[in-house]
Design a protein around this ligand. Structure first.
Ligand code: F6R
Ligand code: ZN
Length: 186
């Protein structure tokens, strides 16, 4: 008779932490992502800016499959600009994604193909649908890690170059002790 199988991966619902043999963890340090900030600051290069755990049960590029992840953006600033992710369009531009807030406070920057940008508050329990053709970046405006779950198609891929070259039209800076959205000067 067939036995019952144990799950191959797990998500701790309150912390977002993923576990299982197929779960991978990648850390981005200040040295890795310094170029995304408007100005540089003499932070130790090994300072972790964010960490992504991912569970990718199908080969990258599989049509019809799904990937699952947890992003943790650590609290911090570079010359007043809050720690954030690199941000990307999906390589297959029409691929959508779900994000949901687990803990911490922040913003989700969304930018369409015409560079029209929106900033949406990310709060625990908030559910965010990122349509296709939309670049997305997470910004931690709080003083604890911003933890966000994600689920995206396994054939979405990532286009980082467009954002590295052109950036987002806005930046999120601390002004008079509070997060403010300011026009990007490059
Ligand atoms: C996947 C996705 C997230 C991000 C993660 C890190 O499509 O949107 O899992 O990959 O938040 O951000 P990036 O990839 O922009 O460095
Ligand atoms: Zn994405």
């Amino acid at each position: 008779m067939m036995g019952f199988e144990a799950p191959v991966a797990a998500v701790a619902l309150l912390s977002g932490t993923l576990s299982g043999d197929l779960v991978e963890t990648a850390v981005k340090t200040y040295a890795d992502v310094a170029a995304i900030f408007a100005e540089t600051e003499a932070l130790p290069p090994e300072t972790p800016v964010y960490e992504v755990q991912s569970y990718c049960p199908a080969p990258e590029g599989t049509e019809g499959g799904l990937f699952f992840g947890t992003s943790r953006i650590f609290p911090g600033k570079v010359n007043g600009e809050y720690f954030m992710t690199k941000g990307h369009f999906h390589g297959k531009r029409d691929r959508a994604e779900f994000y949901w807030g687990v803990s911490g406070q922040g913003l989700l920057l969304l930018m369409d193909a015409k560079r029209r940008c929106r900033a949406v508050s990310v709060v625990p329990g908030g559910l965010y649908y990122i349509p296709g053709e939309t670049a997305h970046r997470l910004v931690n405006t709080g003083d604890e890690p911003l933890v966000v779950g994600a689920c995206w198609p396994s054939d979405a891929g990532h286009d980082y170059d467009t954002i590295l070259e052109q950036g987002f039209p806005v930046r999120i800076r601390e002004i008079e002790g509070k997060p403010a959205i300011v026009e990007s000067e490059g």
